[in-house]
Design a protein around this ligand. Structure first.
Ligand code: FAD
Ligand code: DHB
Length: 394
């Protein structure tokens, strides 16, 4: 098999890239190791930045998002029983975010790709990327019990943190930056209308809690738990009791309970692989970087990477200049590191570090008070939350 761009992985990065290339008349083949149902059901991110919303619309993939997604103009910070709203449009010159789940973004993009786009092969596992230094890189893969080779002009590794593409960058040229956190998030989905109309980020002495949502009838909630916690250790009533404690306010706000339909623990990690390009292999999304989920940057960063790659390849076709492709890693990493910083800060602002001293606890509260009382501090949070610019865009 032969194509212009070989895309490894059909998460949001790979699917959106295939769509962007198709819209510009550039051929691609997507190889995905799992089946379609798995790709469409994997519970993950829920918040789209303004820039991501704009990109999905421009790619002709925003129709259902605009119908069913929930536009959010702010979030609430809770600490010591107090509630403080961050007003995004007022603090950022009109920006907002969209609550529309990653599962739905993937469903929309898979449907469009199968209807209009190039080949998207499920249960096609990439085994290795080879020849990245030359001008004919290849992906060796296994599909329907047979090994095959996809020959390409370019390969984009969109195969997530545990994929194979990153391994094709020689160790001597790779630099990695990493931080593990001593906690994770226990996340639930529940059949109950959200107890607040905006997301609530709560700092509590017992640990962080987040109230989010998937629709007007489905709530998504998270609890900080120690790293290594097994979701099975938590009974449903214990989860609701703990959420109630951590989200408690001094006024008459109440948490609504409902049937829990899914329960899982997400580990938390910060990770960056540099460079994001080696020869004709480009890394995008979680294949190159991971952020802790606080602030919902992971999916949005993946979108930024593939938009940068698609723009650069289109620019090469239009002008003959490889300048933007050559700058891919540097361009992406500037935005990646801003998101790494933001996610790290937001995690530190809201979580209870088991090793924190009483001094550090007080400084954490002082930070929250600063955001609640200073427009400049609140604007900094709002700008980071609604998203950093995507850079060059057609
Ligand atoms: P992925 O979505 O990981 O997609 C990679 C794809 O590649 C997968 O479909 C995988 O099956 C496929 N693949 C892997 N190896 C191969 C191979 N060898 N051959 C072919 N295909 C392969 N972000 C938030 O903002 N908020 C959240 O609440 C949140 N929760 C998360 C929970 C979990 C458990 C995880 C893992 C991530 C979470 N994230 C969250 C992060 C966010 O979901 C990711 O940043 C986003 O999915 C990145 O998209 P991606 O396309 O780069 O990678
Ligand atoms: C969700 C996840 C996040 O990491 C976050 O900061 C906000 C919302 C969510 O899954 O709904």
């Amino acid at each position: 098999m032969r194509t212009t761009v070989g895309i490894v992985g059909a998460g949001p990065a790979g699917l959106l890239l295939a769509r962007l290339l198709h819209r510009s008349g550039i051929g691609s083949v997507v190889l995905e190791s799992r089946d379609r149902a798995h790709v469409e059901r994997r519970q993950r991110a829920g918040v789209l930045e303004q820039g991501t919303v704009d990109v999905l619309r421009a790619a002709g993939a925003g129709e259902r998002m605009d119908r069913e997604g929930l536009r959010h103009d702010g979030i609430e910070l809770r600490y010591r029983g107090e509630r403080h709203r961050i007003d995004f449009p007022a603090l950022t010159g009109g920006r907002s975010v969209m609550v529309y789940a990653q599962t739905e973004v993937c469903k929309d993009l898979v449907a469009l790709q199968l209807e209009e786009g190039g080949p998207l092969l499920f249960e096609a596992e990439a085994l290795a990327v080879e020849g990245a230094e030359g001008d004919r890189p290849r992906v060796r893969f296994r599909h329907e019990g047979r090994e095959d080779v996809l020959e390409c002009d370019y390969v984009v590794g969109c195969d997530g943190f545990r994929g194979v593409a990153r391994k094709a960058v020689p160790a001597a040229l790779s630099r990695t930056y990493e931080r593990a956190y001593p906690f994770g998030w226990l996340g639930i989905l529940a059949d109950v209308p959200p107890s607040h109309d905006e997301l609530v980020y709560a700092r509590h002495d017992r640990g962080f809690a987040l109230l989010s949502m998937r629709s007007p009838t489905v709530s998504r909630l998270y609890l900080q738990v120690p790293a290594g916690t097994d979701a099975g250790e938590w009974g449903d009533e214990a989860i609701w009791d703990e959420l109630e404690r951590r989200l408690e306010t001094a006024d008459d706000w109440r948490l609504r309970r409902g049937t829990i339909t899914s329960k899982s623990v997400t580990p938390m990690r910060s990770y960056v692989h540099e460079p994001m390009r080696h020869g004709r292999l480009f890394l995008a999304g979680d294949a190159a970087h991971i952020v802790p989920p606080t602030g919902a940057k992971g999916l949005n960063l993946a979108v930024g990477d593939v938009v940068t790659f698609a723009d650069a390849l289109i620019h090469l076709g239009d002008t003959g200049s490889a300048e933007r492709l050559d700058a891919y890693s540097e361009t992406c990493l500037r935005r990646v590191w801003q998101a790494e910083r933001f996610s790290y800060d937001m995690t530190a602002l809201l979580h209870r570090d088991p090793a924190a001293t009483p001094f550090e606890d007080r400084v954490q509260l002082a930070r929250l008070e600063r955001i609640a009382s200073s427009r400049a501090a609140a604007a900094d949070l709002a700008e980071g939350y609604t998203g950093f610019p995507l850079g060059e865009r057609r």
